[in-house]
Write a protein that binds this ligand. Structure first.
Ligand code: NDP
Length: 497
């Protein structure tokens, strides 16, 4: 019964807070297809309360005056607590988004690194003394936080994509309001149980849950918000960017992708086959960096496709909580329907379906109504919609190419530019391709690797700005130039100095 389900409240000013609406919406386990909890349906009033709490914490609370080493120590301790609670957090992720426990455990065990790395950076944000060209002036810079930062996250990897933002924004000295996806809010709320224990003062980190068009827009438009850090689809990202522009707010946008994974004929074929599988069927293809456009050189095309189909056929679908499972359910109903629509489009466009191409409903799929068979289309041309539009599911399009130049041309002939893979044993080819492909991340002889240390972000319609690494913290700082005159008199006031 719905009333017996666990209820999750928002987290504002260090406390769990019921929504102003009094309403809670269901969150569904994609493997059972059943509601397992209810989440606070916040609206603009809650957004206002959360931003106000973050604003007070930034302007009046201890967070603004605490020394940066102490700030770093709190962030570091938060990382320790995440390490100690990684298993429980991973289980929350799986229950909400249906991703594999193996993957979510690995992610949650890796998450503390973001907090340790940026906690360590908190007291290394140094300004400069400028050897200024003016006489009798001492000029220096300070890198200061922006104020209240809103972090909006999608459903596919809630805690990982939150950590890309949160750790750096906190280390820079900002205060935060988080809006997780309506489909996967519980892991973020569970994480809040660690916030006070780590030592963050009230109001430094807040969470409001609910729908993008209700509470999300209210946050983006709020006049006391300085910056929005958004991961999600390109269309929603454009709406957020427009709304932020009205208030002249900064935006970091991590958006969609349709990444080329290019296999040259000198590649180690079995490695490249595994790379292709990892690019599209890991995470059931629900990842922005999916290598959903596989470009294969014509001299190895048939051999490659045979080996790929054979390996993909052996992928074990099933309960995402089981460590044996390799492909889990699709996370949401709209996403499931979208994937099936794209499969129909590909068939209609004349692509050859050599694997899958339909819903899966065997006993291994439990009661989940949302499994899709791993699907491979061959003879795809780059003009087809299935080659150009993001499916965000286990659907691979294979495109044939003849020459290096043609591969690069096809790879770049798309509105997205998030990532790309290149499989070759030639260092010359690898470097040439890595230079020529217009994307924010290039993997050579590997795929789907991310680190807290290495900048991540998109070219073209895949986004703006960078997360992770040293560049990641700069997105949350602004520079102040301070001029101190050491002259004994004030010069002519009618002439610019
Ligand atoms: P959406 O764009 O639908 O939603 C992302 C988040 O934005 C959700 O929290 C959503 O809330 C919120 N939101 C939606 N509209 C607005 C709005 N107008 N104002 C403020 N907030 C809003 O993406 P999905 O959750 O469906 O995630 C899938 C997409 O995310 C894919 O396209 C994928 O490529 C992209 N993605 C990009 C990554 C990257 O790093 N580049 C990484 C992972 C995913 P709610 O859900 O409650 O409506």
């Amino acid at each position: 019964m719905a009333s017996a389900l666990p209820h999750f409240d928002a987290y504002i000013n260090g406390e769990s807070v019921g929504p102003s609406t009094g309403d809670y919406f269901p969150t569904v386990n994609p493997y059972t297809g059943k509601e397992w909890a209810r989440v606070a349906r916040c609206d603009g009033r809650d957004a206002d309360r959360a931003v106000e709490a973050a604003w007070v914490a930034f302007t009046k609370g201890p967070w603004g005056t605490i020394n940066p080493s102490q700030r770093g120590a709190i962030i570091h301790r938060f990382g320790d607590l995440i390490r100690d609670n990684a298993k429980e957090l991973a289980e929350f992720e799986v229950r909400d988004n249906g991703k594999l426990i193996n993957e979510m455990l690995a992610q949650c065990n890796y998450l503390p690194n973001w907090y340790w790395y940026y906690g360590g950076l908190a007291d290394k944000i140094e300004g400069s003394v400028i050897p200024i060209d003016k006489p009798e002036v001492f000029n220096y810079t300070r890198h200061e936080p922006l104020g209240v930062v809103v972090c909006i996250t999608p459903w596919n990897s809630p805690l990982l994509l939150l950590s890309f933002k949160l750790a750096a924004a906190l280390a820079a000295g900002n205060t935060i309001v988080i809006k997780p996806s309506e489909f996967t809010s519980t892991s973020t709320l569970k994480l809040m149980e660690l916030v006070a224990r780590a030592g963050f003062p009230p109001g430094v980190i807040n969470v409001v849950t609910g729908f993008g068009n209700e509470v999300g827009t209210a946050l983006v438009e709020h006049p006391k918000v300085a910056k929005i850090c958004f991961t999600g689809g390109t269309e929603s990202g454009a709406l957020v960017y427009q709304a932020a522009a009205k208030g002249l707010k900064g935006c970091t946008l991590e958006l969609g992708g349709k990444s080329p994974n290019i296999v040259f004929d000198d590649a180690r074929i079995d490695d490249a086959v595994k790379g292709a599988i990892s690019g599209i069927f890991a995470a059931t293809g629900q990842t922005c960096i999916a290598g959903s456009r596989l470009l294969v050189q014509d001299t190895i095309y048939d051999t490659f496709v045979d080996r790929l189909v054979t390996l993909a056929k052996s992928a074990r679908m099933g309960d995402p909580m089981s460590p044996e499972t390799q492909v889990g359910p699709v996370t949401t109903v709209p996403q499931y329907e979208k994937i099936l629509r794209y499969i129909a489009v590909a068939k209609h466009e004349g692509a050859q379906c050599v694997l899958g191409g339909a819903p899966a409903n065997g006993p291994e799929c439990g009661e989940s109504p949302w499994f899709v068979q791993p699907t491979i289309f061959t003879e795809v041309t780059n003009q087809m919609r299935i080659a150009q539009e993001e499916v965000f599911g286990p659907v691979l399009s294979i495109i044939r190419f003849k020459t290096e130049e043609e591969a690069i041309e096809i790879a770049n002939d798309i509105v997205f530019g998030l990532a790309a893979g290149v499989w070759t044993e030639s260092i010359r080819r690898a470097i040439k391709a890595a230079n020529a492909i217009r994307a924010g991340t290039i993997w050579v002889n590997t795929y789907r690797a991310v680190s807290y240390m290495s900048p991540f972000g998109g070219y073209k319609k895949s986004g703006l700005g960078r997360e992770n690494g040293i560049e990641g913290i700069r997105e949350f700082l602004q520079t102040k130039s301070v001029w101190i005159s050491t002259a004994s008199d004030v010069p002519n006031p009618f002439v610019m100095r």
